[in-house]
Ligand binder design. Structure first.
Ligand code: IMP
Ligand code: MG
Length: 177
């Protein structure tokens, strides 16, 4: 597989191969399988970037009966100065063991908004699982319980992540040059 490609004027450089992603997702799935023995967690994916990661993750979790649902938020820095709004609100989470699943945690407002709402519903537990984490960009502190990769300040696409709606379908993760 070439480590660089140019598609529609975007220069993409390989960051993580399919194999590397699979191996790292398996490891996190094993930790979650261990931690949720005897429980019945609700995996709450944050659309749309989570869809590929979440589907690989839940299929790798062993011997834990679980449920999957989604929330969706929008954050338009241009028009609202970065305010986050619901596009799809969470299901009832009171008393549940909730695991929020994100594609990437960047500055933090998106996840912080979602967590604040979920907290107010009094779940039995509330944890965060993210495919990617950019700690150097954080403006709002967020504790990540299950992180697959910490990355530097790069803009990444593939494996669910997009730029202007493109590249979600790529099996690898690339950064934009
Ligand atoms: P935050 O509120 O700044 O943490 O923004 C997180 C959201 O911004 C993620 O859920 C992504 O949708 C988007 N985002 C941040 N960094 C990237 C990136 O490198 N590639 C694609 N989307 C990103
Ligand atoms: Mg996202």
């Amino acid at each position: 597989m070439p480590s660089q490609k140019e598609i529609e004027g975007y220069k993409l450089e390989l960051l993580y191969s399919k194999e590397k992603i699979e191996e790292a997702v398996q490891k996190v799935a094993q930790r979650i399988s261990h931690d949720y023995q005897g429980k019945h967690p609700l995996f709450l994916g944050v659309l749309r970037g989570c869809f590929i990661f979440l589907s690989d993750l839940v299929r790798s979790i062993k011997d834990v009966p679980l449920e999957v649902d989604f929330v969706q938020v929008s954050r338009y820095v241009e028009t609202t100065g970065g305010d986050v709004q619901w596009v799809k609100t969470p299901p009832p989470c009171s008393g549940k063991d909730v695991v929020v699943v994100e594609d990437i945690v960047d500055e933090g407002p998106t996840l912080s908004f979602v967590l604040r709402d979920l907290h107010s519903q009094l779940p039995a537990s509330l944890k965060v699982c993210t495919l990617l984490n950019k700690p150097s960009r954080r403006k709002i502190p967020i504790f990540i319980d299950y992180g697959v990769f910490d990355i530097p300040d790069l803009f990444v696409v593939g494996y669910g992540l997009d730029i202007e709606g493109r590249f979600r379908e790529l099996p690898e993760i690339y950064f934009l040059k």
